[in-house]
Ligand binder design. Structure first.
Ligand code: FAD
Length: 456
């Protein structure tokens, strides 16, 4: 007997229920990845993510080869290619992970119909791409939680399955054609400092973070220069690491830092359970505030300056340049650049979200759009009108200015926290720095936001 395993956002061998089920059910397994152009058309592809995907596929193939198998890659429509592989290998069944975006659900439906028409079965496994499946934890009278803390309380009490070991051997039927997998080298416009993808890198990173940084995480996770966060987000996005396994290992490690990390992993499930039942909130306000976001030529110019990291606010520019250089940004940077765009420049969160998605290697529809909404005050945040002051944020989370000096080399000669306020320099000294004036005074930005939102 033969089973097909369709890999999508779960590019790993450890803790992979569909792979385990397929190996247990059949003598031979076809580990299949379909490079579907519909995924790119739906906007999920960007150079950094394509390069990272290439690493993940290469590592998955290497892991399968160590177990006697290999990855079969096909290019084309997912349903058509899976059916073709099923026929060619005479497989009885297909296993895949449940995923929750409207795109993923439509793909699953089409695949199920196509397989059933061929007399084959599709098995969809839950809790592969999330720790707790969307819909498993809901408040009374609603289909989702809109507030994080009660969700976290319930989520924390859900019994988790034990992580599954990677299979020891995977036997793949002979003679199956595989298209050339995408290679990292073939992707243009990749960020210079992009991390290496793949399950092996993910497992090394998790182990290193748990032993070296977990203790510093609770108090240090907001330290922009300190880099105590795990940087596991891209691996979790591609499923090169199982979030369930990460929760288990952090709980086994114990301590306040590991607990704080588990809480962050819960945010990931929280956003997914919202988007699963309200797919429109990828683009529409979750809680409309009747904003009159700025438009027109001046707004366009401000947006361009923000994208390019030339706002004149050093910590904002540092974070945006980190994004361009690494395809990743520290969470504190995401918060303060998003607040700056939506509340100081008073520009539509969708513009910022689009820019992030064009670069973020962890760019993820649920996490990105709903975090943007949270910061913009159109989402589930209980303080929708709070504005983060970029100077205060810089002084607090980059107290000696090291983060700014790393990413804004024009200001590298300014000592300590003075780097956060270059406009305080005397005119003569200021001219020595090739760095823009602030796009807008903070008080003016805040007044514009309050007026536009109808708060005054
Ligand atoms: P850690 O602090 O080590 O946290 C561990 C894991 O928890 C992360 O890898 C991530 O999977 C999860 N996590 C942490 N914070 C959040 C959060 N606020 N929401 C959801 N999950 C979280 N995260 C993405 O994965 N993809 C995105 O596209 C994305 N866009 C964002 C946009 C904005 C405006 C903001 C404010 C946040 C966004 N985040 C996004 C959430 C968060 O910034 C990143 O997950 C985090 O910075 C990743 O770094 P890390 O792996 O070192 O995180």
């Amino acid at each position: 007997t033969v089973s097909v395993v369709l890999f999508t956002s779960d590019l790993r061998l450890h803790d992979h229920p569909p792979l385990r089920a397929a190996v247990d059910a059949a003598d031979e397994v076809v580990p299949l990845f379909v490079r579907d152009p519909a995924v790119d058309r739906a906007g999920f592809a960007a150079p950094n993510r394509l390069a990272f995907l290439a690493d993940c596929l290469a590592d998955l193939d290497a892991g399968l080869r160590r177990r006697g198998g290999r990855l079969v890659v096909r290019a084309g429509d997912t349903a058509a290619e899976v059916c073709r592989a099923v026929r060619q290998s005479d497989a009885d069944e297909v296993h895949m992970a449940a995923d929750h975006s409207s795109f993923a659900r439509a793909r699953e439906e089409r695949l199920r119909d196509a397989l059933e028409a061929d007399g084959r079965r599709l098995y969809v496994h839950d809790a592969v791409t999330t720790v707790v499946p969307p819909g498993d934890v809901v408040p009374q009278g609603s289909d989702h939680f809109a507030v994080f803390t009660p969700y976290f309380r319930r989520w924390s009490g859900v019994p988790l399955r034990s992580p599954l070991a990677a299979p020891r051997a995977v036997r793949v039927p002979d003679g199956l054609r595989s298209d050339e997998p995408p290679s990292r080298a073939s992707v243009a416009d990749v960020s210079e400092g992009l991390a290496e993808g793949g399950e092996s890198a993910a497992r090394r990173r998790l182990g290193a973070w748990l032993s070296r940084h977990a203790d510093a995480y609770e108090t240090g996770h907001d330290d922009l220069a300190g880099d105590t966060t795990s940087r596991l987000s891209p691996y979790l996005h591609f499923g090169a690491l199982s979030a369930t396994e990460a929760v288990h290992r952090a709980r086994a490690r114990g301590g306040p830092g590991a607990e704080a990390f588990v809480r962050q992993l819960c945010w990931r499930d929280f956003h997914r359970q919202m988007l699963a039942v309200r797919p429109a909130i990828a683009t529409e306000d979750y809680r409309p505030r009747h904003d009159r976001w700025r438009r027109g030529a001046a707004a366009e110019a401000d947006l361009r300056a923000w994208r390019e990291g030339r706002t004149g606010y050093p910590v904002v520019d540092a974070a945006l340049r980190q994004l361009a250089h690494e395809g990743w940004m520290h969470n504190r940077g995401r918060l303060l650049t998003a607040s700056f765009l939506t509340k100081t420049l008073y520009l539509d969160w969708r513009e910022g979200a689009r820019h992030f998605l064009s670069l973020l290697v962890d760019g993820d529809l649920a996490n990105n759009q709903l975090n943007w909404q949270w910061v913009a005050g159109t989402g589930a945040d209980s303080r929708p009108n709070k504005v983060l002051n970029p100077v205060a944020q810089g002084r607090r989370y980059d107290p000696d200015g090291a983060y700014v000096r790393r990413w804004v080399p024009e200001l590298a000669a300014l000592p300590g926290a003075s780097v956060h306020e270059p406009w305080r320099l005397k005119d003569r000294d200021r001219a020595a720095y090739d760095y823009p004036e602030p796009l807008v005074a903070l008080a003016e930005g805040a007044a514009r936001f309050r007026h536009g939102r109808g708060l005054e």
